[in-house]
Design a binder for this molecule. Structure first.
Ligand SMILES: Cc1cc2nc3c(=O)[nH]c(=O)nc-3n(C[C@H](O)[C@H](O)[C@H](O)COP(=O)(O)OP(=O)(O)OC[C@H]3O[C@@H](n4cnc5c(N)ncnc54)[C@H](O)[C@@H]3O)c2cc1C
Length: 240
């Protein structure tokens, strides 16, 4: 896979404990919405047993000018270095990888079941799909403990609300810990919640991604609902 050197252009906090990092897109570099990259720090001031590289999904959509990655800022050497990185700093990008990309058949609905930082490839796919006016019926179920934790929440909701083919369902599992108002769903994504928004659970292709425990729980719900395993696509963020 090709290697590129890319420059950080800016960084910002996008949810509690979660930051987005924007990098210049190298000339001629292309990727598909939903794919991922291997990022490597160049001569970092510190390192640890996990080394200087991490895998991140593109949170950016391919039509956007920058490459965007978003991550939970845990206290590891890699993320400490990333957090204080100055705009203009170069890192190595090895990409694109992966096949967690939208199916071609527009007559088959796409249902995204995601939570927490698993939202990154979902943002990429949804924004690109809406931008391209692709006509798939799309449902996005996005679970977090509270709105403060939910990266890209308002952007995804607003983008979906503008397109009648797209339905966004946010759900919060610990609203008692929140200081914000919330008018969406509460509780974990469940079979009952899916049935509230969908008549036929067996027709769509499902996209499950995020920490392995969440992907496992979602797969279990779909299996109990009789969804064929061939209709389920997953991307597990190992390392969480
Ligand atoms: C295809 C793919 C796409 C991914 N996309 C993304 C993405 O878009 N965004 C993203 O943030 N991550 C993504 N990941 C996960 C990412 O690669 C890292 O593994 C993750 O961010 C953790 O990195 P770290 O530096 O925090 O921990 P590491 O140093 O890599 O942690 C290694 C081990 O220590 C444990 N650990 C470290 N710190 C803590 C802590 N504070 N509390 C508890 N356990 C801890 C971890 O559970 C893990 O077992 C993706 C992974 C894959 C495979």
């Amino acid at each position: 896979m090709p290697n590129y050197t890319v420059k950080l252009t800016c960084k910002r906090e996008i949810a509690e404990g979660t930051m987005a990092f924007y990098f210049e897109k190298p000339d001629g570099f292309t990727y598909k919405a939903g794919q991922f990259a291997r990022l490597t720090l160049v001569n970092p001031d510190e390192t640890d047993g996990e080394g200087n590289s991490r895998t991140f999904s593109f949170a950016s959509a391919p039509y956007e000018d920058d490459l965007i990655f978003a991550t939970r800022m845990r206290d590891t050497a890699f993320k400490r270095v990333l957090k204080i990185m100055e705009p203009g700093t170069e890192i190595r990008l090895n990409a694109p990888y992966g096949s967690f990309t939208l199916h071609d058949d527009e007559s088959v609905p796409a249902v995204f079941l995601t939570g927490g930082i698993g939202v990154t490839p979902v943002r990429s796919i949804i924004l690109q799909t809406l931008h391209d006016h692709v006509r798939h019926r799309i449902l996005v179920f996005y679970s977090n403990r509270k709105p403060e934790d939910a990266a890209f929440l308002d952007e995804l909701k607003t983008s979906c609300d503008r397109d009648s083919n797209c339905t966004f369902v946010g759900t919060m599992t610990r609203m008692e810990a929140s200081g914000r108002e919330w008018h969406g769903e509460t509780g974990v994504i469940s079979k009952a919640m899916l049935f509230k928004y969908m008549n036929d659970l067996k027709l769509p292709i499902y996209y499950l991604d995020g920490p392995p425990a969440m992907v496992g729980a979602m797969r279990q719900i779909l299996s109990e609902a009789g969804v064929d395993a061939n209709r389920i696509r997953t991307e597990e963020f190992s390392g969480y």
